[in-house]
Design a protein around this ligand. Structure first.
Ligand code: PLP
Length: 382
């Protein structure tokens, strides 16, 4: 049975050219990028290309990108680094819809005496820029750190307007853009945000490589101690094969048409809504990532549905992969005002450049059958 992978927000399959580039770097650029000999310089040039590729993609400067091990490290570095650099300020503003790594860092800081303000989510899954501004008192706020596109619902909040306001008030702003690169335009020449976290494995680079953008002049200090890699902004030997894979994945991702993915998603959404009774699209009133469909299917336990879909060859998710296996309902869905019952009945389908229309057709048919089985009643597919 050929499997159909519909869980791209958890991770993307690695592009063949990224595998090739990482392998080639392991063969030809295996030196330590900090070493002062040719082997080191070859590795260092490979890492430079990755920072340059990120800069070209996001209209920023290579010097502003620090290679990290992924989104989680970038977010830790952004929050701890801003907290450390802002003496006298003791407040951090986040939302209730953050990824668990942001929530986790802020829980730790709260226990250390920081004031963490968690703004709510609206029913469409976005945070409200006005509520954020009201909480971000410039006299006390060290940082505002917010998720731009939510990994579970796909809801994209309005970061642009907020970034301008925060900059005018001189309040540092970090965006978790882990789900954004390759899905929505990320133009840092017009988005006045200080720090941005990204992760390679969400767009087809190998796992274990990500990056943190720190705009020149931003009040931030290094988090990972150790050596003086990344111009003394991160300790740790640079992951050169990962960097080579990142460069290749960026080149490939830039050639993909996001519009094609969105129309595939919309076609699947129409098909499901017209066939399955009493199903609704979560965050439908918001701007959404073009690849994400989050569905609430009342009366249908999502973990049972997931297992049945998996057994029939389809990989989908019930929220973020990091929380899979836990029985608690998603904190994101609850923050949007959903009942725990509905949150337990919600699945996430996320597609990518390799998804075919025929895969989604087949998925639609099987989904209808399985929902009917789980709900205990049959529905005909049109
Ligand atoms: N932020 C968001 C929105 C995510 O979706 C994820 C991963 O699922 C992360 C952060 C963590 O990124 P990584 O898996 O690269 O550590």
């Amino acid at each position: 049975m050929e499997r159909v992978y519909l869980d791209w927000n958890a991770t993307a399959p690695v592009w063949p050219e990224a595998i090739e580039a990482a392998g080639q770097a392991m063969r030809d650029a295996w030196g330590n990028a900090s070493s002062l000999h040719e082997e080191g310089r070859r590795a260092s040039r490979t890492a430079d290309l990755a920072r340059q590729a990120l800069a070209d993609w996001t209209k920023s400067r290579a010097i502003e990108w620090i290679l990290t091990s992924g989104g989680t490290e970038s977010i830790h570095a952004a929050i701890h680094g801003c907290a450390a650099a802002r003496a006298g300020k003791k407040r951090i503003v986040i939302s209730k819809g953050e990824h668990s790594c942001t929530l986790g860092v802020c829980d730790v800081l709260e226990r250390q005496g920081w004031e963490i303000v968690r703004v709510g989510l609206r029913s469409d899954g976005t945070w409200d820029p006005q509520e954020v501004l009201a909480a971000a008192d410039p006299a006390t706020t060290a940082l505002v750190s917010l998720i731009w596109a939510n990994n579970e619902t796909g809801a994209v909040s309005d970061a642009g307007a907020l970034a301008g306001e925060l900059r005018a008030r001189r309040v540092p702003f970090h965006l978790d853009a882990v789900q954004c690169l390759g899905r929505i335009p990320v133009d840092l020449s017009i988005l006045p945000v200080g720090l941005v976290s990204v992760s390679g494995h969400k767009f087809g680079a190998p796992k274990g490589i990500g990056a943190l953008f720190v705009r020149q002049g931003a009040a931030w200090s290094r988090w990972m101690q150790g050596g003086n890699q990344e111009r003394s902004r991160r300790g740790g030997t640079v992951n050169v094969p990962g960097a080579a894979g990142l460069t290749a994945a960026i080149a490939r991702s830039r050639s993909v048409e996001a519009g094609g993915i969105e129309s595939l998603r919309d076609g699947m959404q129409c098909q499901i809504l017209s066939t399955v009774p009493d199903v609704r699209v979560v965050a439908s009133a918001a701007r959404r990532l073009p690849n994400t469909l989050c569905l609430c299917v009342p009366g249908c336990d999502s973990s049972t549905l997931l297992d049945r879909l998996d057994a029939r060859g389809f990989a989908v998710s019930s929220g973020s992969a990091c929380t899979t296996g836990l029985t608690d309902p998603s904190h994101v869905l609850l923050a949007m005002g959903m009942s725990p019952e509905d949150a337990h009945a919600t699945i996430r389908v996320s597609i990518g450049p390799a998804t075919k229309a025929s895969d989604l057709d087949a998925f639609g048919r099987v989904l209808v059958e399985e929902i009917a089985q789980v709900r205990g009643r049959a529905v005909a597919f049109q």
